[in-house]
Design a protein around this ligand. Sequence first.
Ligand code: UGA
Length: 439
Amino acid sequence: MKLTVIGCGHLGATHAACMAELGHEVLGMDSDMDKVAILNSGKAPFHERGLDDMLAKYTATGQLAFTASYAEAAAFADLHFIGVGTPQQPGTSDYDLSQLFGAVRRLAPRLTNPAVVAVKSTVPVGTAPRVRDMLHEYAPAGDAVEVVWNPEFLRESHAIEDTLRPDRLVLGVDAHHSRAEAVLRQCFGRITASGTPMFVTDWATAELVKASANAFLATKISFINAIAEFCEAAGADVGRLADILGQDARIGRHGLRPGLGFGGGCLPKDLRGFVARAEELGVGRSLAILREVDAINDRRRERTVELARRQLDGDLGGKRITVWGAAFKPGTDDIRDSPALAVAQKLHELGAEVTVSDPKALDNARKTCPELDFVADPVIAVQDADLLLHLTEWPQFSLVHPRRLAVGVSAPKVIDGRGTLDPVAWREAGWNFRALGCP
Ligand code: UGA
């Protein structure tokens, strides 16, 4: 099939490459010309495992290309995926839908043939009819343009496998149309043929299922982090507790990693947008639990700063602190709402001299936090530090031998904010070792 993908950020660029991998001819469209140039050179403008290889392969064969022109996109195909960003509106809990409506508004007047527009972006429930109305109003093809809601569940750092081998596919369709479902079934045929279930439902359910999934994932993380607070007070070990809890298949160990909590471009803003929309619809009380989920998550950051202060005898002024981690999680260079950087910035505000090390995210972090120091080598970054904080659990950090590190540090102190360092090895190497959620 021929198709386009409008919006080539993490979601869109991965989707475009994966659609080429499924055998389709794909034109990615993004209004950022620099991004388009990088993608056309066969590279991703961000770090995502395996994506560069895939982009290089399919841009070389011509099966995948990128453009900044809506006219080219509209002329290229009659199936258009939209994967533009829907960030949080600054100062509110609501989604900023300007990129989505902007894309629809620019695409629509160029749709002269019957077409299917499949939206992947995460939105507040009730957005699909607004997109349909805009398309019908502005497209010359009128109501022959159909809307499908096709939410995406990919995780950064696992984006390709989540796109090609998802747990499920969801199509939200308009009850009055059936062509769109057939087109999407054909598009995803190779995925469903390998056993992935496809759920066809109404628009509102498709919109809500995505928001509910992220709200549930966030709740699970905050649940174990609330227990971590309890463990700290009670002298228990939340890591062991989570291992034992996770043995119950109804609970499961996935998403139950205690620590500094969640960040990124999705979970925090989706949680807030979900609650804000529930309130608009008069059911805010039903989702009151999610406010606490957000609050628990914030408290993890505060707790880490507090623990750092205590480890440094109550005074952060002029203290040299090294933070391992800038990305919001390992495997990505994405620093949006990064818990590690939020803690680093807070420590700096409180007077500490903060040095940050990260295998992939330093360039992005440097742009956003010029007040911090950055050192690529995690061992060099720790030299002369008064305190080390391990805040993004890159495997590289766990591989550094604590004895090697302790050499350049006069009174070695470490706080493990992610529970992946081995306390026994660090203590044996002479470190004063503290971890979130442990006595
Ligand atoms: C999340 C969802 O997992 C995806 O299913 C969804 O498609 C995506 O948002 C989206 O809406 O686009 P992602 O933001 O890539 O994906 O990251 P996750 O792997 O879910 O991690 C989110 C945050 O939670 C990270 O900061 C991570 O460190 C933290 N986390 C995760 C924990 O603190 N504990 C855990 O057990 C799991």
